[in-house]
Design a protein around this ligand. Structure first.
Ligand SMILES: [Fe+2]
Length: 356
C-alpha cells in the first residue's frame, strides 16, 4: 500500500470511537452466488496473481488510498459530469442478471432528495476512461492481478443530506470479491463532504484540499459511510470492479440500481431492464405490438439492412478507384448498419417483454 503519510494531497485522520451501528437495510441475501465469485477470484489469483507489498497490505486492510489523479483531469471530469442530465434512483433500473435492491418508496424518495444520479454522455465517458487508465496500475498492484469494470455511476450529494442508506454506516453486503473505486471530484472537507471507513477498529476519515482523491475498498468487509457536506455538494464517481485474468477497463453502465452480476461470467447487456422496457414501449408505439405483422416488418428491416451493407461491400473496390464514390459507399454502409441496429433493438425489446 502506498505510504499514506508520504502523499501530501490528502490526509487521513484517525478517530478512536466505539463501533458504529450498521444500517441493516442494505444487506443482501447472497445465497449461492458467493461460491461462484470465490472460485472465480481464486482462479484469477492463481493464474495471473503477483504478490506485492501493496497486495499484502490490501489483503489485510481491504482499503487502499490511491495517488490522486491529475487535478486538470479531475476538474474536467467534474465540469463534464455536472453538465450531464440527472436521473432518479428507481426500483427495476438494473441490468438483466445483476443483483439489485428494492428500497421502500419512502427510502427512495429520501435518497433522491439527497442525491442526484447522473446519466453519462459521450464526453464524460471519455474523461472517465482517462481516469480509469490513470488508476490502472496502482489498483492492479493493490489487487495483485489485472481487473475489469463491472459498472460505473456518478452522483452529487446535496449538503446536509439525511444520514440514511449510503450516508449511514453500512456494508454494501456484496460478495467480498467485488471491489469499489470511489473517486471524489470535490475536495473532501467538512463543507463539501467526505468519506469514512473502519479499519483495524478505528475510523479513518479521508480529507483533501482538492478533487481527484480516490480509494479502493472491499465495500462488503469494510464498514463505511459517505458524509454529506455542510455547505456544498459532494461529487463522486463510483467504479465497481473485480479481479480479472486480463485488463478490461471499458466503462459499463448497467442501470442506476445495479450492483454486480450474480455470476462472474455474466456480461452486462449494455442496457438495464428499464431501458429494455422503454424499447418495448417504443416498438409498441411504432409497430403496434409484437404481432405477426410487426415481426414481418422487422424481418424486412433486417433483409433491407443486409442488402444495403452487401451493396456497400460490392462497391468498395469502385470507391478505391474513384474517390468520389467513397461518400456513396459510406452512406450505404451507414444506412444499412442503422437499420440493422434498429431492428435488433426491437427484437431485444420483444425478448425483454417475453422475459418479464
Ligand atoms: Fe456503500
Amino acid at each position: 500500500m502506498a505510504n499514506l503519510a508520504a502523499i501530501r494531497e490528502y490526509d487521513v485522520e484517525e478517530i478512536v470511537e466505539p463501533e458504529p451501528p450498521v444500517d441493516e437495510a442494505l444487506k443482501l441475501d447472497r445465497g449461492e452466488i458467493s461460491s461462484a465469485w470465490r472460485a472465480h477470484d481464486s482462479y484469477v489469483r492463481k493464474a495471473v496473481g503477483k504478490e506485492t507489498p501493496e497486495s499484502c497490505e490490501f489483503d489485510r486492510t481491504r482499503v487502499h488510498v490511491g495517488r490522486p489523479i491529475d487535478p486538470e483531469l479531475a476538474d474536467r471530469l467534474l465540469a463534464l459530469i455536472h453538465a450531464c442530465e440527472s436521473e432518479p434512483l428507481m426500483n427495476g433500473d438494473f441490468a438483466p442478471g445483476f443483483q439489485t435492491w428494492e428500497p421502500s418508496p419512502e427510502m427512495l424518495a429520501e435518497l433522491n432528495r439527497g442525491s442526484s444520479l447522473r446519466v453519462f454522455n459521450a464526453k464524460s465517458s471519455w474523461a472517465i476512461q482517462d481516469a480509469l487508465d490513470a488508476m490502472r496500475d496502482e489498483v492492479a498492484a493493490a489487487l495483485g492481478t489485472p481487473w475489469k469494470i463491472i459498472g460505473v455511476k456518478a452522483w452529487t450529494t446535496k449538503p446536509k443530506a439525511e444520514a440514511r442508506g449510503m450516508y449511514a454506516w453500512h456494508s454494501d453486503g456484496f460478495v467480498p470479491e467485488i471491489f469499489k473505486i470511489l473517486l471524489y471530484l470535490t475536495p473532501m472537507s467538512l463543507q463539501n463532504g467526505y468519506v469514512e471507513v473502519r479499519v483495524d477498529g478505528r475510523t479513518k476519515r479521508l480529507k483533501s484540499s482538492r478533487g481527484g482523491v480516490w480509494a479502493l475498498l472491499d465495500p462488503t468487509s469494510v464498514t463505511h459511510r459517505g458524509v454529506p457536506g455542510t455547505e456544498r455538494e459532494r461529487m463522486l464517481v463510483e467504479i465497481t470492479i473485480c479481479r480479472s485474468a486480463a485488463f478490461d477497463l471499458r466503462a459499463r453502465y448497467t442501470g442506476q440500481n445495479s450492483f454486480y452480476p450474480s455470476f462472474p461470467w455474466t456480461e452486462a447487456t449494455g442496457c438495464s431492464n428499464l431501458e429494455l422496457q422503454r424499447i418495448v414501449e417504443w416498438s409498441k408505439s411504432t409497430l403496434g405490438t409484437d404481432s405477426a405483422e410487426g415481426r414481418v416488418v422487422n424481418f424486412l428491416r433486417f433483409r433491407v439492412a443486409e442488402f444495403l451493407c452487401s451493396l456497400a461491400k460490392v462497391l468498395t473496390p469502385l470507391a478505391k478507384r474513384f474517390p468520389a464514390a467513397l461518400n456513396m459507399v459510406s452512406l450505404l454502409d451507414a444506412a444499412g448498419t442503422g437499420i440493422w441496429n434498429r431492428a435488433k433493438s426491437i427484437e431485444l425489446g420483444w425478448a425483454g417483454l417475453t422475459a418479464s
